[in-house]
Design a protein around this ligand. Structure first.
Ligand code: FUL
Length: 412
């Protein structure tokens, strides 16, 4: 143990860690144009969902056990899904609900009704706004859009600032952050400005291991090769969020791409390598041009949620405790194949190295040697029969505080 000063999360970050799994929702003019990145010239007339139902989106997330929901209020094409006063390039100019609809409001209402924390994505890069090339004018425009979203749709859990397309462009981050702090001080800020959440650095939904909760740099976008975005204004505790789409290679819905739907096994593998590495997983599930989740995608999300519950909602035994050695007694000798560990991260990420052992009678078998635990570590190993398990923390900064030590038999 050393006297090192530990970084600690804010209460808001702490609550965010517990959400663990979010649903991302890419929806907009692209949904109707079979494209990923509209150039801002597609006419609003194309935006015509026939049966848009935000309760279908949020309700599916809820049923599957997701902890939050984030909507693309505006993607790079500049088309706004809310009744903005900043531009005509929005739902107001579309035939949907005779121009009276507001997708952001419908999502905010569905989230409020279902008790689902709601977040928004507002692309800084805007390929429609005529003022985009005038830095100051666009800073005003963006601030006005953000203010509408920060003030009109209830509490927001996260503001997602996407770096894509903005490589080399400077926005007025001090002003943007002032708005966020004024109107939604509790919201997490993703990767730009003064981030409280950092991008994991890939779009595969996976975190490396270990994935410590402290970082001084983060990657800005898929189009900057290096990780060299300095996070100077950021608190030292800046956990990673892993984003990925349920359909390989596309964030928006496209016709005829059902074959790109990830299998349950692929989703579980992503889960083990994101949530299981202590990060948060943001899974994109894009609605189709009806404004509903495609049936197969919806079923896959529900299966995914059900499988997480089947695996991890009923531990064989569970304890919490502190110190370098904790023994978890099982009620009877049982097959075991998973352990979940969680630290009391409110007091910092203290464990730096640990071992997991399985005991049966006088015999001990080494199961795992790990480093970070943080919010959560999921370890799986070849099934064996044990009557107790032991956590040995072999290196830590201050006294280890273990929020949960759980054993499971998951089987096939
Ligand atoms: C990227 C964007 O360019 C994609 O379209 C998508 O929004 C993804 C989440 O972030 O940087």
């Amino acid at each position: 143990m050393t006297g090192e000063i530990l970084a600690k999360p804010t209460p808001e970050q702490l609550a965010w860690h517990d959400l663990e799994l979010g649903m991302f929702c890419h929806f907009g003019i692209n949904t109707f144009c079979n494209q990923e990145w509209g150039d801002g010239s597609d006419p609003p007339g194309k935006f015509r969902p026939t049966s848009l139902d935000a309760r279908d989106w949020v309700g599916t997330a809820k049923e599957a056990g997701f902890g939050y929901f984030i909507l693309t209020a505006k993607h790079h094409d500049g088309f706004c899904l809310w009744q903005t006063g900043t531009t005509d390039y929005s739902v107001r100019s579309s035939p949907w609900k005779n121009g009276k609809g507001d997708v952001v409001a419908e999502c905010a209402e569905a989230c409020a009704e279902l008790g689902m924390p709601f977040g928004i994505y507002l692309s800084p890069w805007d390929r429609n706004a005529p003022c985009y090339h005038d830095k100051e004018a666009y800073d005003d425009f963006y601030a006005a859009q953000l203010t509408e979203l920060l003030t009109g749709y209830g509490p927001l859990v996260e503001i997602w600032f996407d770096g894509a397309g903005s490589e080399g462009r400077e926005y007025d981050w001090p002003r943007i952050m002032e708005l966020v702090k004024k109107h939604q001080p509790q919201a997490m800020v993703f990767n730009m400005g003064e981030p409280t959440v950092r991008w994991v650095g890939n779009e595969d939904g996976v975190a490396p291991y270990p994935c410590w909760n402290t970082a001084k740099v983060a990657r800005q976008s898929m189009y900057t090769g290096d990780m060299a975005k300095w996070l100077p204004e950021t608190p030292p505790w800046v956990p990673a969020e892993c984003d990925v789409s349920i359909r390989k290679g596309s964030w928006f819905w496209h016709p005829g791409e059902e074959h790109k739907l990830r299998s349950l096994d692929e989703l579980l593998d992503i889960y083990y390598r994101s949530v299981g590495h202590g990060a948060v997983l943001l899974l994109n599930v894009p609605p189709d041009d009806r404004g509903l989740l495609p049936e197969a995608d919806k079923q896959r999300v529900l299966e995914f949620g059900a499988e997480i519950r089947r695996r991890f909602s009923r531990p064989l035994a569970e304890i919490r405790g502190e110190g370098n050695e904790l023994v978890l007694k099982l009620p009877r000798p049982s097959l075991v194949d998973h352990v979940i560990l969680m630290e009391e991260i409110a007091h910092g990420e203290r464990v730096r190295e640990y071992e997991l052992w399985a005991g049966r009678g006088d015999e001990w078998t080494l199961l795992v040697q790990g480093s970070a635990i943080g919010h959560k570590k999921i370890d799986r190993f070849t099934p064996l029969t044990a009557d107790r398990l032991k956590l040995r923390v072999t290196r830590s900064v201050q006294r280890p505080l273990i929020r949960a030590f759980r054993a499971y038999w998951v089987g096939e």
